[in-house]
Design a protein around this ligand. Structure first.
Ligand code: COA
Length: 179
């Protein structure tokens, strides 16, 4: 991500568009009270994120799988910063995750970001990503660079990343062989 700060106050405008929602943040493993909601959202990543012509099967996630995923991350020295958005009924409807790894100090990887279909169009994606970058830097002030990847046809995520100041670094082609 480029070092320059966005010129306008993106957080204020995103928060305004997303009024009525509340942020929930944590680092490390998922708090038990959020496991079920997060599992639903993680499962939607496999169906909702555009992947060009590649065919991915829908993934099934539940609280136990999220717990296992978190435990594997801890064992591998991967530390997560997560920001989620809560609707007025208390359910999580959006989340974003960035991670650092003990073997790669100063570097962070932006992982999943998803807003549940019924809640899109309120700039929740931008708001949670901005808030998560702040959380990440509070938890890991040593971070100097963050990378991510997007499918070319994911113009919604690409637009958010461009607003945040991410710049293209390299292109990758994924190949698929049907067996
Ligand atoms: C990327 C994403 C988080 C953006 O959601 P968001 O924060 O609600 O998006 P915005 O509020 O910035 O939306 C801007 C406009 O694009 C529309 N939009 C956003 N995502 C859209 C999508 N996937 N398909 C169609 N339209 C979409 C919104 O409805 C809104 O339209 P409007 O201006 O007419 O109201 C969301 O599209 C998403 O969850 N996608 C699936 C998961 C994904 O692709 N993650 C990234 C993988 S790298």
């Amino acid at each position: 991500m480029a070092g320059s700060a966005p010129e306008i106050d993106l957080t204020a405008s995103a928060r305004l568009s997303a009024r009525g929602y509340r942020l929930v943040q944590w680092t490390g493993v998922t708090p038990p009270e959020h496991l079920d909601d997060l599992a639903v959202l993680i499962g939607r990543m496999s169906t909702d994120a555009p992947t060009g012509d590649l065919a991915f099967e829908p993934q099934r996630w539940d609280a136990e799988r999220v717990r296992e995923r978190d435990a594997v991350a801890v064992r591998n020295g991967v530390r997560a910063a997560v920001t989620a958005a809560q609707a007025t009924d208390g359910r999580l409807v959006a989340y974003t995750e960035a991670s650092t790894c003990v073997v790669a100090d100063g570097f962070s990887s932006q992982g999943d970001t998803l807003v549940a279909l019924a809640h899109r169009g309120h700039r929740l994606g931008l708001w949670i990503k901005l808030a998560n970058l702040e959380l990440l830097l509070r938890a890991h002030p040593e971070v100097r660079a963050i990378d991510t990847f997007n499918a070319d046809d994911n113009r919604w995520m690409v637009a958010i990343n461009e607003q945040l100041g991410f710049r293209p670094l390299r292109r990758q082609t994924d190949w698929e062989l049907g067996l």
